[in-house]
Design a protein around this ligand. Sequence first.
Ligand code: PLP
Length: 407
Amino acid sequence: MSEAKTEQSSAIKLSRRVQNLEISPTTAVMQEANRLKREGVEVIDFGPGEPDFATPENIKQAGHRAIDQNFTKYTEVAGIPALKQAVADRYRQRWGAEFQSSEIILCAGGKQALFNLALALFEPGDEVVIPAPYWVTFPEQVRLAGARPVFVDVPERERFILKADMIQPALTESTRAVIICSPNNPTGAVIPEAEIRKLAELARSRNLMLISDETYERFCYRGDQAFSAAALWNEARENVMVVSAVSKTYSMTGWRLGYALGPKAEISAAANIQSHATSNPVSISQMAALEALMGDQNSVQQMKSEYRKRRDFAHAELLKIPGITCDLPDGAFYFFPNVRKFLGPRIPDSVAMAKFLLQQARVAVVPGSAFGAEGYVRISYATSIENLAEGIRRMGEALSNSLTLTA
Ligand code: PLP
């Protein structure tokens, strides 16, 4: 009886859309890390793409105030005018770009902003160019929209820095967009102004959309901030969209507040989609984000200088491990070291390497294959110097043992 029931329920067909979703190769490693932690094993976690700082006090207070003042109801679907204005002011002051309210949508995180754009812009038959290594979500969102991701390798020998010339050969009649990410997750690479200018020009001349994910914009250790495609808004209004969020900059990942800026038609389409998916982003988070953008910016500088310290320290430690190569990344809070030297019959790929490091060093990292780049692992340095020192020491020990395994 119960078997029949099971059969019956498993006969319910899942959509093709979902069947095509790639199961993340990181899941097994994460599950194993969590199992070890539950067993009381002290795992050093270099996995999370999330700041380890508390949300700054002034921002939390703004959230409290929003609740106390009963700002707890639906708002405009695309977000409250005051926060849109604050976003617009930020881009005008920093990049000289004039965005109208109708050219901005506030969403439940940068992720929803990108998803809205994917659904608004792409359909079956379309191709979307994604430079690799890429953030895991880009290709899946493109597939969920029914379109095909086309990958362009950005090699380590170029320090993972995308050049417009690398994109050109991948463009076809079906290309609808190029999705770039600077500072990059997982490599930390920052695309220089000259290349972003060329990419915008390419988008204009080929009538594509350049979608620029700038979630880590403020964590750029060369200069003040990574160059924003928003600076080209006045020249390429039809062909540039920018996505960002308060998530990483203000350590507000759980508040879920991001935004997209771009042409009115695309933003309005995104708002229509959002109106039938989640409606407005959380009202309380909008008030907190308003304080984040308008209030004291000292906390951002403090977090940035702490990340820089950790980056410099951990990078020097990593390079002490013979066999690892890793450029000093200019932005975000990740390293993407090359571990090919340690691969062989016993540890054939980056997933096996992540499992090996978990078992032998009790260190959790994310396999490079999750980001479309085999032979690498991602290390997040959004953790304390003590954890970095101990975790990298353990990695070095395990990796030197692994060389005897691969020999
Ligand atoms: N874009 C990139 C490159 C990210 O790494 C992330 C989060 O990890 C996001 C977007 C999404 O951020 P949010 O938490 O605002 O949805």
